[in-house]
Every structure is written in C-alpha cells, then in structure tokens.
Design a protein around this ligand. Structure first.
Ligand SMILES: *Cc1c(COP(=O)(O)O)cnc(C)c1O
Length: 485
C-alpha cells in the first residue's frame, strides 16, 4: 500500500540562533500581549543527524519511532520523510500516523494489552503487526483479528534501567514456549519476538540477555512449525549526551550479538527492527520559558554547606544583614506541563541563562512552575545570578516525554513550536530521505520555492540593530520560511 501524505504547513526559521531569537522575543515581551508565552524550538537538523548516526551505527536495524515520546506533527513528518516505521500503542496513535499518510505496513501496534475496539480498528486499517505477551490476549486476537502477524514480547532484565517496564509487560522467557504452543493450537500467526530493556538503560547486558532469549525462542518456534521473520529490539537508546551507556556502546554490543545469534546467512529473512523514542526526540527540542514573577526571600546561611531540605528556603521572610538573600522564580511552564518528565521520566533538567557573566554574584535560587500546587517545583536549589520578571530561561533536551504527557492544568500549556533546519542538514535530509517510500513529499526541503524564499527573507540573526518590529517574531510572515512537508 502506498503512503498518502497530507500536506502540513510548516514555518521554518532561517539561520537560527536561539540566543538572538530569545532576545528578540524579550524586546517584544512587554509590548505584545502573549509574547512572554513559553515556546519550544525544534531543530529538525538534529533529528536528521540522529537518523544518519542510526544508519551508520545500526545498518541492520530498521527504526520504528515510538510516537508516544513526542507526537509533534512536523517531527512525525520528518520521520516519515526519513523512511522510519512507527510504534503506535493505541487507536489514536495509529489514526494519527495514518492521517499523516503513513501506510499501515509501516506501523507496529506495540501495546501488549489492548482494548478490543483498538484491535478491531487496527484490523480495519490493515495494521498487521500486533504485539502480545499473554494467553488472554491470544484469545482476544483469535476472536477479533485472527490473521494478524503476532509478535511475542518477552520480559527483560531491566533492573539497571531508570524507567522499568518489565513489571508490567513481557512474558517470562521460561513461559514463552507454552504461549507459542497455545498460539499454534489456535492457528494464529506468530511472526517474531520483541522486547524493551527499559528507558535509561545503564547495563548493556540487558540487551545481550534479551537477544539470547529471543534466539532460543526462534529455535523453539521452529520445532512447532513457525518460521519467525521479525526481531524487534525495542527502545531505550539514549537521546542526549549526558549518559553513562552511550548509543555507540549499545550498538557495538548489539551488532556483535546479532552477528553471533542471528547471522544474516542463517537468518536472511529476519527483519530486525527497533522502537526508539527518546533517541530521536530528546535533543531536538529546546524549551524557552519566561520568568513571570520573582520573590526575594531570606535564607539562613547554612552552618555546613547546603542542606537539601526545602525548609532552607523560607518563604516571605525579609532578609537581614546576617542572612544571605535567596530568590524564588516562577516560570510559565512546570511539572503539570513540559516538566512532567521530572516526575514520570525521572529526568534531570538544567536551566540555561542568557546574558549572564561569570562575574555576577550568585544567589540561592529555586524555580517553580505556574500552577497553584506547591508540588510544582522544577529546581529546588541552584546558585544563579539574580533574574528579573520577563527574563527568559532556556531548557535544552526537552523533546522526549515532555509536551507529549503535559496537561493544561490550571490553564497552562506550552503550545507554540518554532522549527528550523540548517542548509547543511536540509541537504542531508534530501539525501537521506527514503526515495523508496513512495508518495512522501520530502523534496520540499530542496524545492525551489524554499530556496527562493530563503534568499528573500532577511536573516534573523542580522537584525539586531533594526528598529523594533511591529509584529512579534514568528507571527511575522516575512521572516519564517514556509515549507510544505
Ligand atoms: C516507550 C516505548 C518505546 C520507546 O522507548 P524509548 O526509551 O523512548 O526509546 C519503545 N517501545 C515500547 C513498547 C514502548 O513502550
């Protein structure tokens, strides 16, 4: 089946520099109503670079982007252009990809425990690959979708992962032969094995063990008449640089194990896929928040270093000469929004301040979200120069499990995303774009319309001395480059 993409209008910023961009926002922020709203900046070039790195490091493994990680439409379109598949876990996720034009063959329905109506929807739409991990799911599939291509998800040892899944999903490898027998007796079509080592995996042996178990089950399946053709090694690949177990370390170990356990000669028909989420999304997005309120508080100078206790920052006490000043900053995104990653994804975030010099004196500071909940605290304590209302705080690596799970509790939700891509990465995207994926309009990146627009449009970074723009940046139709993806 062909991909039938729907056009998406994207305003692409030219020659992007985040500091300059933020400064131009700042200049406008008090004159234009919502110009102080928080926003995200997405570097599509980062996604392209990640994909190139994947292809280099993992030539045998075809990525199926786990869309739950970040369902930004332009990101998904870029992934479509790059030719990846997609891991969807629900009817809505499948629908989203189909509406964006992905063919059902590119989708794996990777949720082992599914609602009946979602199974029926997958069947109606021709999404064939469906994951299961228990007996009841097999009976459900027999009744609702007997000719699905079933993938058995096995448990992994995820004890060294930050976000663990195996207490919830995956069949015990010891019990898998029995499950395979049941599927056989039900005359169901099991085509392969999948696993997920957990997010933030710190121990590469989790992959080794899971691959060994997979091979055992490939062998077992053969004895009951199946010839598996799919091996799905899941997600859990790091998307940022601040990790102990690097992507390259994982790929070198996994490639070696694939070579040992699933040599291409012996398994030429086996399609090896993965379900990376954070790998693609994490570093592509930068969140920019505005300081909407500040509060000066007193903090007793701690006797020995800094105490971690929240009580060390006392609210509402006027500082005296004997006390060190401390500050509380309230910004317009928080734990109920993009920073839900602190809670659900065990993420660590670091603020980047603009326009500060090392010489400025620093004060104990805490950073809080905008909702009325006391739990909505992003940074408990950090030494920072003094900030003012209207200042911007930049947060890098905010693409994975951030906006995807953020709520609009109390009326706050970061909505606006600005996109950019460097000329070099745009060329790379055109080169990498999978020409075999019929019907996907990736060529827009190199289209003459874009290039002309490119020349006409004033370079954002050269605008410093220009008089104040009557329109806030981004809403000014003259500056962004319109692109159809
Ligand atoms: C969440 C999830 C992924 C993606 O995990 P990352 O750590 O973001 O790579 C992949 N597969 C399944 C089944 C998932 O639930």
């Amino acid at each position: 089946m062909k991909d039938t993409p729907s056009p998406t209008y994207v305003e692409l910023l030219n020659d992007f520099n985040i500091e300059k961009f933020v400064q131009s926002q700042l200049a406008d922020s008090f004159d234009h109503g919502d110009a102080e709203d928080p926003f995200l900046v997405c570097d599509l070039g980062d996604v392209v670079a990640k994909h190139q790195r994947w292809k280099t490091e993992f030539p045998r493994v075809h990525p199926h982007y786990a869309i739950k990680c970040n369902t930004d439409t332009v990101l998904l379109k870029t992934m479509m252009a790059l030719g990846t598949g997609f891991d969807c876990a629900s009817k809505v996720e499948i629908k989203k990809m189909l509406e964006l034009g992905a063919s059902p063959e590119r989708i794996i329905f990777a949720n082992p425990c599914k609602q009946k109506s979602h199974i029926v929807y997958a069947k109606e739409q021709g999404v064939k690959l469906v994951v299961f991990d228990n007996e009841n799911e097999l009976f459900k599939m027999k009744k609702l979708y007997p000719d699905a291509q079933l993938v058995l998800r096995i448990q992994t040892d995820d004890s060294a992962s930050i976000c663990r899944f195996s207490m919830k999903y995956g069949a015990d490898p010891e019990a898998c032969p029995q499950l395979i027998d049941i599927a056989r007796n039900l005359n169901l079509n099991v085509v392969g094995i999948s696993f997920h080592v957990g997010s933030g995996c710190q121990d590469v042996n989790a992959f080794v063990k899971a691959l060994q178990n997979s091979r055992k089950l490939f062998d077992y399946a053969k004895t009951v008449g199946y010839d598996f053709n799919l091996l799905d090694i899941g997600g859990g690949f790091p998307g940022t640089k601040d990790v102990d177990l690097t992507f390259e370390k994982i790929t070198s170990v996994v490639n070696f194990q694939l070579h040992q356990l699933f040599p291409s000669k012996q398994f030429p028909h086996v399609n090896v896929i993965a379900e990376p989420g954070r790998y693609y999304a994490a570093s592509a997005f930068t969140l920019v928040t505005n300081v909407i309120a500040t509060r000066q508080v007193a903090r007793d100078i701690p006797a020995e270093g800094y105490s971690d206790s929240i009580d060390s920052v006392r609210n509402g006490v006027t500082p005296t000469a004997n006390e060190e000043r401390a500050y509380m900053y309230y910004i317009n995104d928080g734990l109920y929004g993009s920073f839900n990653c602190l809670f659900f994804d065990h993420a660590k975030v670091t603020p980047t301040l603009l326009d500060v010099s090392a010489k400025q004196s620093k004060f104990s500071s805490s950073i809080w979200g905008p909702t009325c909940d006391g739990l909505d605290r992003i940074i408990e304590h950090m030494l920072m120069p003094q900030l003012n209302t209207g200042d911007w705080i930049v947060w890098k690596d905010m693409g994975a499990y951030t906006i995807a799970a953020g709520s609009s509790f109390n009326g706050f939700k970061t909505q606006k995303v600005y996109y950019h891509i460097s000329d070099e990465k745009r060329d790379l995207l055109t080169k990498l774009a999978d020409t075999k994926v019929k019907g996907v309009e990736f060529s827009c990146f190199a289209s003459s319309m874009c290039c002309q627009a490119n020349k006409k449009i004033q370079n954002l970074t050269k605008k410093e001395a220009a008089p104040k723009d009557p329109n806030p940046i981004g809403e000014n139709t003259e500056q962004p480059i319109p692109v159809y993806m």
